[in-house]
Design a protein around this ligand. Structure first.
Ligand code: FE2
Length: 669
């Protein structure tokens, strides 16, 4: 008689347990066990509990290959799904093998799980496992299918509604109820105050300060107090929610005829624009991506979207100052170059239009497309191409937690016909067009932060905390990924032989980057080094980059006078004709303003059900080496967190978004 000791762990989320019957069959190289009911005195499967069982066989099963878990209903009542986290099996020979499960099991479902070390497809040597691997992938390709919503955008999951999702992809009850509660709270306050849906115009910017009683953050308050200041305007192009729009300028674009005369007074004494360009102190934000983009019809007229140019000067006090703004691409008499020395309202309006274009690009290109949509592509390719025993599945799976759910929500609510983003100047059509343009310009190297920073000439610009923290995080992630990938792929030939890995990258290339060769994205992998870089980019994008563009949304964009997704009047065409009244007429009305603010609150609120970067609460790896690598990764992130906290304590406006304690492992909001 041989005895197999099992420790079966139920997930710790609410309602993870079940009263239904659970059966197990063990498969080994020398045979299989009987279908055995797991039944101890008392309740067997309670949330967060592990219980021990014994399965007896006449002889040893040899090398243990598979565990089959089956659930049948105890009473034929409503569904009582069970979340099985893992099964630890101790064999009669004393070997302890981990079988990670991490999925909901419904009645009548049979789940097969592999245990032990991660295995690549060409390492499979047992017919049972070869079959199991093939069948698992066939089933997953049915479960996760690509859908083309727009020919020029990344493809997405075929599920229309979260109710159709596999249960693992849905928000936990805790997360759903927190979001629901936050939405209700926002709605109730705005209704009570008569702000929701109000078509009245703001009478003064002071009136905007009390939109919410309690929802204020130190930074949102700072923005209210300092939004008119030029140095704070410049600061936001480096350290607010869109650090992607600025680059070094060594030559003025021909369509931006700023003269020495215009800007001389804003440069250090005796210096010229040419000299400052040579010193590397001049920067530019060029919003040409907006040129000719369709806008929404508002009160019977199309709204206006500018495609502006803004020139910045890094002054001797290390402050980034805007020194010239042109609001459309083609220079003309009706398209003057605004200067800090212009009347206050003209200059504020010019900055408002630049910042509003920047927010629009941020939301459509850098946030939705550059993180959310790409993450969905990475996730679906992973679900379809890798079986759960694959080392890269084990590494990546937690980086796609809740991403399909939040993206479905974004498509069905934020981008719905009456959703907040469709209320913007661009409306639904314009935002989609902006994303199409964003994807056609996107390159692989732009998603790899070290190359991105170099290409934009921002290696040495001072006080650029996004770069400082982001590069450290890139390197930490890269080291972790390098250890792990090299452990599983000792040579380039291992990479070439892994047909599942090749299929994974090809799916991403085809469905994410639409086979665009010029983008530089790989369609296959030839070396270990290529795999390391790509996986570093994937983890960085869904964790660090998303935190950078997501978490500060309420902080920096809820105050519409400094930038707004909707501007109701066209940009000024002459100087000296505008006033504070013009600015208030240009800004969204009360109802529109609070609709945006509510969205930003919801998107950058803190929720309790989070997994931070570096935390891998699912125990996917059985071998000691990857477990040790995860610990070292966590230690590195912890040192960096201390360093960032210390740095921030010295800053007037701290940059907190890339503190590892603030970075989620995946895109969940
Ligand atoms: Fe987000």
């Amino acid at each position: 008689m041989a005895e197999y000791k099992l420790e079966v762990t139920t997930g710790d989320m609410k309602h993870a347990g079940t009263m239904d019957n659970i059966y197990i069959i063990l498969f080994g190289t020398e045979g299989q066990s009987d279908r055995t009911k797991l039944d101890n005195p008392g309740i067997d499967f309670k949330s967060g509990k592990a219980r021990a069982y014994t399965i007896k066989t006449n002889l040893s099963l040899g090398k243990l290959l598979l565990v089959k878990v089956e659930k049948d209903p105890f009473l034929r009542l409503s569904e009582d799904e069970w979340y099985c986290s893992k099964i630890l099996v101790t064999t009669p020979e004393g070997e302890v093998i981990l079988f990670p499960c991490y999925r909901w099991i419904a009645k009548g479902t049979l789940v097969e799980r592999r245990g032990g070390r991660a295995v690549k497809v060409f390492e499979e040597d047992h017919p049972l496992l070869i079959d199991q691997r093939r069948n698992e992938l066939t089933d997953k390709k049915k479960l996760y299918q690509w859908e083309i919503t727009d020919e020029k955008l990344p493809h997405n999951s075929h599920y229309k509604d979260v109710s159709e999702f596999p249960a693992e992809q849905r928000f936990s009850m805790a997360k759903s109820s927190e979001i629901f509660h936050t939405k209700r709270m926002i709605g109730a306050e705005l209704m009570f105050k008569g702000l929701a849906g109000s078509t009245k115009q703001w009478k003064s910017t002071d009136d905007m300060k009390n939109t919410f009683w309690f929802k204020k953050t130190p930074i949102s308050v700072y923005v209210m107090q300092h939004w008119k200041e030029d140095d704070f305007f410049g600061f936001q192009f480096l350290n607010a929610i869109n650090p992607n729009g600025i680059k070094r300028c060594s030559e003025l674009p021909p369509n931006f005829p700023v003269t020495e005369e215009m800007v001389k007074q804003f440069l250090r004494d005796g210096s010229s624009l040419k000299q400052e360009m040579e010193r590397g102190n001049i920067f530019i934000c060029d919003q040409k991506i907006m040129d000719g983009i369709p806008t929404r019809i508002y009160d019977g007229q199309p709204l206006h979207m500018t495609a502006g140019l803004c020139l910045f000067y890094m002054n001797p006090e290390n402050k980034l100052m805007p020194i010239a703004i042109q609001l459309h691409q083609q220079p003309s008499e009706q398209n003057p170059i605004f200067l800090p020395s212009d009347p206050e309202a003209d200059w504020l309006l010019a900055k408002l239009f630049i910042k509003s274009g920047d927010l629009m690009e941020h939301q459509a290109v850098y946030h939705l497309l550059g993180t959310h949509y790409l993450a969905e592509v990475f996730a679906i390719a992973t679900f379809r191409s890798f079986p759960v025993i694959h080392p890269l599945y084990k590494l990546l799976i937690s980086h796609f937690r809740y991403t399909l759910h939040i993206n479905n929500g974004a498509r069905n609510t934020l981008l719905a016909p009456d959703g907040p983003l469709s209320t913007s100047s661009l409306g639904y059509e314009g935002i989609i067009e902006l994303m199409r343009r964003g994807l056609s310009r996107m390159t692989y190297s732009s998603l790899c932060l070290p190359e991105n920073i170099t290409a934009r000439g921002l290696e040495s610009i001072p006080n650029f905390y996004y770069r400082d923290d982001g590069l450290k995080l890139w390197n930490i992630i890269n080291s972790f990924v390098k250890y792990l990938v090299e452990y599983y792929y000792p040579s380039d030939s291992d990479v070439c032989k892994d047909t599942e890995l090749q299929e994974w990258i090809n799916e991403i290339y085809t469905h994410g980057f639409l086979g665009n060769k010029l983008s530089g994205f790989p369609a296959c992998f030839n070396t270990v080094e290529e795999v390391i870089k790509f996986i570093t980019m994937v983890i960085f994008t869904v964790s660090v980059q998303h935190a950078a563009v997501n978490n500060g949304q309420f902080d920096y964009s809820s105050w519409v006078p400094s930038g707004s997704l909707l501007l109701r009047k066209p940009a000024p065409t002459t100087k000296g004709q505008s006033s504070m009244k013009t600015i208030l007429e240009t800004l969204p009305n009360i109802g529109e303003t609070v609709k945006f603010a509510g969205m930003l609150w919801l998107l950058s609120d803190k929720y309790t059900d989070v997994v931070l970067l570096g935390q891998y609460p699912e125990e996917q790896f059985d071998e000691p080496a990857p477990k040790q690598m995860i610990k070292e990764f966590q230690a590195e992130l912890s040192y960096l967190s201390q360093e960032i906290t210390a740095r921030n304590s010295q800053l007037e406006v701290p940059y907190t978004y890339l503190n590892p304690t603030e970075i989620e492992s995946s895109i969940t909001i």
